[in-house]
Design a protein around this ligand. Structure first.
Ligand code: SF4
Length: 338
């Protein structure tokens, strides 16, 4: 007589060969690394509490860990006691937020990713030249709010396909598109094509606004998706680039794809009948969370892991100037915590 567990084992034994394809690059980008280190160094240098406006990066684990260490996350500057120390998140802030912080005499540390700052500068430049700026991005995303806030009277947000029809411009020869840094490369180009249909003289950004980390992670998942019966993306639901990785995987041929914050969220039913599992992670995800997913997969027989490398990233950013100054002046400079 065969027990049900024996039946399952037999079925598993005759199933497809189990292997994991692990995308590289994945996980932390230079902007996230800088933002998280900035908060850690601020905690070490000044002591808690350190206030952070919004989530420093969109990852539950990172935010919860920093909260346990004395960081207080706030939605806006008016929740921060006058004179306290406030870190701006990697997603950037508008000039109005900077002014509100200055009005409360807050000591700010700007952890805005330099690649987001680059887009802010583009907005300022084109606004100065009296262009209409079509910002492709997700309505309500913090980065978009900060970027649009540089020149609200000149920026129009284009999110969904139907938004293209709503755009109104003053001079068809002076219109440019810019974008959020963490969009799907392919979807953005679809939106650009649509816009070009309406505005043939539409100008492109001086250089790519979608950042190297977003496009590299999408390229890596695309390279392996067609071979995967299932792709697991580690990342939070409010992380734009993580959500995009799920979409890109499905679009590039993965049979199934899911987003999980933690290994415990992997539903074992997803693994039924599956041979090849692809694993990747968003730009705000520490690799420790990916290894926990790999451990879980190994426990269930997926213990052969092949890394699929499509790029080697070497980008790093210096810490914010305000923080560097105090670190340099502090003789007991904190040791690196990473
Ligand atoms: S995803 Fe790109 S823009 Fe965002 S923090 Fe990372 S490097 Fe900067």
């Amino acid at each position: 007589m065969t027990t049900s567990s024996q039946t399952t084992e037999a079925a598993e034994d005759t199933g497809p060969a189990k292997r994991v394809l692990l995308a590289k690059p994945r996980g932390y980008c230079a902007g996230v690394d800088r933002a998280v280190i900035s908060v850690e160094k601020a905690l070490e240098t000044y002591g808690p509490p350190i206030y952070v406006r919004k989530e420093i990066v969109h990852n539950r684990h990172v935010v919860d860990t920093l909260r346990e260490r004395g960081v207080i996350f706030v939605e806006d500057t008016d929740e921060v006691p006058e004179g306290s120390r406030l870190v701006f998140s990697a997603h950037g802030v508008s000039p109005a937020v900077r002014q509100a912080a200055a009005d409360r005499n807050l000591q700010t540390i700007d952890a805005t990713c330099p690649l987001v700052t680059k887009v802010h500068k583009e907005v300022n430049r084109f606004a100065r030249d009296d262009y209409d700026i079509l910002l492709i991005g997700h309505d309500g995303h913090e980065e978009v709010e900060g970027t649009a806030g540089e020149a609200p009277e000149r920026v129009q947000l284009v999110d969904k396909p139907e938004d293209v029809d709503q755009v109104e411009i003053r001079d068809p020869s002076k219109v440019v598109w810019l974008s959020q840094t963490t969009l799907s490369v392919d979807e953005t180009m679809e939106r650009v094509d649509q816009l070009q249909g309406r505005f043939p003289d539409l100008q492109a950004p001086p250089s790519d606004d979608i950042c190297y980390a977003t496009s590299n992670r999408q390229y890596a998942v695309k390279a392996m998706a067609a071979e995967c019966d299932l792709v697991i993306v580690v990342g939070s639901t409010n992380s734009s680039n993580s959500v995009r990785l799920v979409e890109v995987a499905l679009h590039a041929g993965a049979s199934d794809a899911h987003l999980v914050d933690f290994a415990s969220q992997v539903d074992l039913a997803w693994l039924e009948g599956v041979g090849t599992v692809g694993v990747t992670s968003g730009a705000s995800v520490p690799d420790a969370l990916v290894f926990q997913v790999l451990d879980l997969l190994a426990e269930h027989g997926w213990d052969q892991v092949d890394e699929v490398t499509t790029a080697n990233e070497k980008v790093t950013f210096a810490l914010p100037r305000e923080l560097r100054k105090d670190l340099d002046e502090n003789p007991d400079k904190p040791s690196s915590v990473r």
